[in-house]
Structures are given as structure tokens and as C-alpha cells.
Design a protein around this ligand. Sequence first.
Ligand code: NAD
Length: 311
Amino acid sequence: ESKGKIGIIGSGLIGRSWSMLFAAAGYKVVIYDIDANQVSSALEGVREQLKDLEKSGLLRGKLSVDEQLQLISGTNKFEDCVKGAKYIQECTPENFELKKKVFQQLDQLADDHTVLASSTSSMPASTFSEDLKHRSQVIVAHPTNPPFYCPLTEVVPAPWTKPEVTTATMSIMKEIGQVAVLLKKEVLGFALNRIQYSIVQECRRLVSNDVISVEDLDKVMTEGLGMRYAFIGPMETCHLNAEGMANYSERYGEMIYRITETFGPNPKWEGPGHEKIIQEMNEQIPLDTLAERRRWRDARLTALAKLKREM
Ligand code: NAD
């Protein structure tokens, strides 16, 4: 029996993933997209992905593939998606004007209880919800790609988001098996991308300054830092790498400060150093092999997710 209705606005990569996550937990899911072809290809794509997950033993929840598929439907009418939904997950492209427009549309139809969540990777909800009547129901729920294997979701309320909306979002995330973290205030890029981009920018400096090749740089992560980060975060790493955090800071704090002082200016995404990175990446993984490499990635992440679940 269905637990209630979830509306998904935008049926690309992220909209499809959310549909599967909610259906696996027993919710009735209605997918809407401005492009009718996208809706039918989303339904087809979800069917295939669920079959693959079943094969690899990673289907979430207690329902069979057929039971989950029965819970998911598509529509070309915005209203059919929104009406009666207890929670809406907006998944349209990362474009400010578009997000504003879609939330205005939602504002017209939503009742006073629907949670209006956005999947945006970077835009605080306050930037696109200020003038809405239902602005206290708007919140960001930013997933990690691919959401089925990387369960982290950043929940980011605007200053005017009602506490009940934040609580409801945190609890529905937990219910569908996501790991939700709450940002206590809005910040551009949220936490995950701020951390990711600080890593990417230093990696780009090291390669453009000819300190290391792209291939070896990636190994620093996959064979070094990444090995620990799947289990312990940077803070716990410090705590364990000495006799606790206070001792770590006595031993290494000054050195870390000195090293990071040499990072240099924030590098733009252009110029000869940048072109070199593009060229090395294209040689290492030619563009016509990206799809194959993504399948390989998903299989590895599947194995890791299984390992973590069994531990
Ligand atoms: P996508 O391009 O794959 O899908 C977007 C879908 O929205 C398309 O199917 C498009 O037809 C539809 N759309 C466009 N205008 C619309 C409208 N007015 N109404 C309804 N549907 C409309 O994009 P995606 O990768 O799924 O990203 C969606 C959101 O999720 C973005 O905000 C993105 O930043 C965020 N996000 C993406 C990732 C990622 O890695 N891809 C990770 C986390 C969050």
C-alpha cells in the first residue's frame, strides 16, 4: 500500500534516481517533464536500472521490481504531478531563471503543507524563493551523483523555511535510506561542492605547475586519500593520526598552515595549464569511451556500497 504521493519535476539523471529512491520506500511517484519524450525515456530507464540493481542484489527496500514500477508513473501535466503531493523534488537543469520560474509555478498549485524541495547543486533556496507565498515550505535537498550509490543528501533551509519543513525533509530522507546532513546556514555551493572544488582547484595547480601528471594525481586520491575517506572523514582522520585532535594540531597545525599558505591564487578554468589537463584526460579516457567507463564506475561503486552495507 502506498504511503502518499511524491512529485518529481524534471526527469533527467537526478529526477530518475529520486523516483527510484522514493518508490523503493513505498511512495507513489509522479514524474513530470516539460519534454514528453523525457518522461517516457525516464520510465524506460528506471525499469532497466531497477532490473540491474535486482541482478546485483542492491535493490533497496522490500518491494519487488514490479511493485516498485507500479508505484511510478509519468505525466505531461504539471498539475497532475503537484496536486495532492506531500513532497515535491524539483530536478530541472541548474539554471537560475528556470529554477525561479518552476518555483513560481509550484507556488501557484501547492497547498500549505507540501514540502517544496530543490535538487540544486549550488543555489541557496533564498535566492529563488523570496517572493513566493509558500516560501516557508521551500528547502534544498541536494543529492550526490549517482544517488543510488552515494547516499549523502545535503538539506539546506532558507532563513524563512519553517522548522517543520526542515524536520519533515530530514525524516523523509532518512526513511528512503539517504544519509541527510543539515546545513545550519546557507552558503554558496553548500558543503560537498565547496570541499570538492577546493580539492579540484589544488589538483589543477599541481598539474599545471608540472608537479605531477594527471594520471598520477588521480592515484593520490584513489590509492591514498580516497581509501580512507570512504570510511572516515577528514576530521576523524586528524583525530586518529595522532593522540586526538588537540595533539594532532600541536604536532601538525603549524606545518599545515605553512603549506596551505603556498597554495597561490585561485586558478581560472582557462590557459595553457588548463589545456594540458584536458589533453591528458582525453588521452587517458577518450571521449567515445566515457559511457563504458561510467558503467565501470557504477559497478565499482556498487561493490563498495555492498561492502559498506555488510560491515
Ligand atoms: P538533466 O539535464 O539530466 O535533467 C533535467 C530535466 O529537466 C530534463 O529532462 C529537462 O527536459 C527537464 N526540464 C527542463 N525544463 C523543465 C521545466 N521547466 N519543467 C520541467 N522539467 C524541465 O539534469 P540533472 O543532471 O538531472 O540535474 C537536475 C538538477 O539536479 C540540477 O539542479 C543539478 O544541479 C542537480 N544535481 C545534479 C547532479 C549531477 O551530478 N548530475 C548532482 C546533484 C544535483
